[in-house]
Design a protein around this ligand. Structure first.
Ligand code: 6PG
Length: 482
């Protein structure tokens, strides 16, 4: 296979699906000097593409055969269409038009098990297929996303120059790297999104503490997030949160966020992360709770009813100290929670890497998450360093530097959790982080009792300390005393 280079014999890259993501990524490629083509059945999208790309080498097609014919061979085609059956139907339409050796890339948020199946089916037909997670939203796709390609490595090498050119850069290095075989790319993107759910829930709970606990208005909340974002908590999600608290619609006298319904929807990647983690028996409680809270938010009428019965007078737990002192603790609590959330995600990646033979390099994953993606944050530099120094680190919290950071932030975390719980402010993601931390540092969990209970009622057997692997059963009911 040749490297992807510009030539006049055809377009070097084709995009199927010219919605905001597909169009933005294609224009990004064109900006970097690649001659590219796009296909969509919706002609209005082609018009937008050609209008926005009028100064660069980009061409739109509404005929799939013409689009395929316009591409240099071996062809490199990316699909950026909604995950699920649409991906299969695009593949079915494409198959008769492709030649052996062509490269097909699924750049959407596809379920990783679907990617495994598609890769097998397409490889059997002599096509090269790889699944690639892309993060960064519309702006990221246009200016530089973080990309997680996995699967056919030889095929990736062909298009690597294009992706490295368009990816976000951190210290001059592109935020894209080959992730691993099979569906590794989509798996890692799924976990990225799981972490995203956890962090978003933590930020939402922080907002709850700020508005209901400290009773701050939007302007003051904006200042808290602004300040945090200038320090060690710097991250894309805090940056956008800061901005949300200043936004007013033209002519409006109040912030738009106050008009937004408190019902959070989702497309499924967070749920998949939790489901997969449970299948792998690898705990990610902060992500689990983030998924559950989005679900609970949908029961608006039920919550309104329950609120009538259980209304409580807030906020008892916040009166004791100065606002500045509490805000310092809240900053620590957020930092602590953020550490434990990333730690859960990285732990899941380590487990999946073994289970699916993905050969993941966690340092490289942290490295490409430092820029372009939704979970980019200053702390990813610490994660990158931790796994670079010790690629087989069993858990992020075992890293010396990270453990020092977590321990230093733990008192603030406990104070905030105590205040919020006392006041009846719901902070399930914060408490999940603390419970996870206190459990993982517990050399003697109370799980011996659970083993005894299981054996008592179900004869499920148990192991004895120092005799692992020997399974015993006991009749736990004491003999009746005469
Ligand atoms: C990204 C985002 C992106 C998308 C999420 C939203 O990395 O760019 O994660 O993939 O915005 O899928 O997910 P929900 O709709 O499930 O919140």
């Amino acid at each position: 296979m040749d490297s992807a280079q510009n030539s006049n014999t055809g377009y070097v890259f084709g995009m199927i699906g010219l919605g905001t993501m597909g169009r933005s990524l294609l224009l990004n490629m064109a900006d970097h000097g690649f001659r590219v083509a796009g296909y969509d059945k919706d002609i209005s999208k082609i018009d937008i593409l050609e209008q926005e790309g009028r100064h660069v080498a980009v061409k739109g097609f509404d005929s799939l055969p013409d689009f395929v014919q316009s591409l240099q061979t071996p062809r490199a085609i990316m699909m950026l269409v909604p995950a699920g059956p649409i991906v299969d139907s695009v593949i079915a339409d494409l198959l008769p038009l492709l030649d052996k050796g062509d490269i097909l890339i699924d750049g959407g948020n596809s379920y990783f098990k679907d990617t495994t199946q598609r890769a097998e089916a397409l490889e059997a037909k002599g096509l090269h297929f790889f699944g690639m997670g892309i993060s960064g939203g519309e702006e990221g796709a246009r200016r530089g996303p973080s990309m997680m390609p996995g699967g056919d490595k030889a095929a990736y090498e062909v298009v690597r120059p294009i992706f490295e050119a368009v990816a976000a850069k951190v210290n001059g290095e592109p935020c894209v790297t080959y992730i691993g075989p099979g569906a590794a790319g989509h798996f890692v993107k799924m976990v990225h999104n799981g972490i995203e759910y956890g962090l978003m829930q933590l930020i939402a709970e922080t907002y709850e503490i700020l508005r209901k606990g400290l009773q701050l208005d939007n302007a003051a909340i904006n200042q808290v997030f602004k300040q945090w974002n200038e320090g060690r908590l710097q991250s894309f999600l805090l940056e956008i949160t800061r901005d949300i608290f200043t936004y007013k619609e033209k002519g409006s006298d109040h912030h738009l966020v106050d008009d937004v319904l408190d019902v959070a929807r989702s497309k499924g990647t967070g749920k998949w992360t939790s489901q997969e983690a449970m299948d792998l028996e690898l705990p990610v409680p902060t992500i689990d709770i983030a998924v559950s809270m989005r679900d609970l938010s949908k029961y608006k009428a039920l919550r309104v009813k329950a609120a009538e019965i259980y209304s409580n007078k807030l906020p008892a737990g916040f009166a004791a100290e100065s606002q500045d002192a509490f805000l310092q603790k809240l900053e620590q609590a957020f930092y602590f929670s953020m550490i434990t959330t990333y730690a859960q995600g990285m732990h899941l990646l380590a487990k999946a890497s073994v289970a699916y033979n993905y050969q993941l390099q966690l340092d490289q994953i942290a490295k490409i998450w430092r820029g372009g993606c939704i979970i980019r944050a200053a702390f990813l530099e610490d994660i990158y360093t931790a796994y670079q120094q010790k690629p087989d680190l069993a858990h992020l919290l075992l890293d010396q530097r990270v453990s020092a950071l977590a321990q230093e932030a733990a008192p603030g975390m406990r104070a905030v959790v105590a205040a919020a719980v006392t006041s009846g402010i719901a902070i399930p993601a914060f408490t999940a982080c603390l419970g996870y931390f206190d459990s993982i540092r517990n050399a003697h969990m109370p799980s011996n009792l659970i083993q005894a209970q299981r054996d008592y009622f179900g004869a499920h057997t148990y192991e004895l300390i120092g005799k692992e692997g020997t399974f015993l059963h006991t009749e736990w009911l004491p003999d009746a005393v005469d």
